[in-house]
Design a protein around this ligand. Sequence first.
Ligand code: 13P
Length: 246
Amino acid sequence: MRQLIAGNWKMNGSLAMAGALVNALRAAAADKALACDLLVCPPATLVTIAAHALLGSPVAVGGQDCHAKASGAHTGDISAAMLRDCGATHVILGHSERRADHGETDAQVRAKVVAAVAAGLMPIVCVGETEAQRVAGEQDAVVAAQLAGSLPDGFAGVVAYEPVWAIGTGRTPTEADVAAMHAHIRRELVARLGAAGAGLRILYGGSVKPSNAAALMALPEVGGALVGGASLVAEDFLGIARAARG
Ligand code: 13P
């Protein structure tokens, strides 16, 4: 399966910045030099304009979160159907920053995944251990518990492994550690979902940049990258995309 290089802009971006960035991605994707699939996940305020600017291009657009309900009295929230209505096709769910900043639980993430699928969005579910959990050797158990709690039965989306301590720090796990965790996640997915679990993409996220992308994307069971900081600079994001496998 083609690798997916997904940009999570987090709480960054403006109309001017989004326009310039997606136009650069659109141009790069059009020359067919890229073998991977591309996705940008801007903040909710920019989803519509990004989707509009990327209409007819192979670059997809996603949200960074959605509510578990389809509509209603939930001030400040947006639903999966609203994202779909704006032109999004994907949504990141259960990012560690959502889990930390908003106390999102595995059960809440699972409910959001169900809502996303019902609205026709492809969910990208994030899991990953903290530094203390890795130091204690608990990373496999932590990630297995997050998968068990966050994925609904019949899950057919994308999983992103993002060790919390590697996000925005410039640090990454060793290649052996990434490979071991992705193999662990694959085993968990197959145990839970059967043969369908063998075909799901497992992205790596956490300080991915052009200089380390080729080594990370070459690892077995790595189905692409979820990129934060480097996704805000077209050349960096495209540098990562060029390192991806087709
Ligand atoms: P950085 O690439 O900035 O480390 O962020 C990773 C991330 O959290 C993507 O969702």
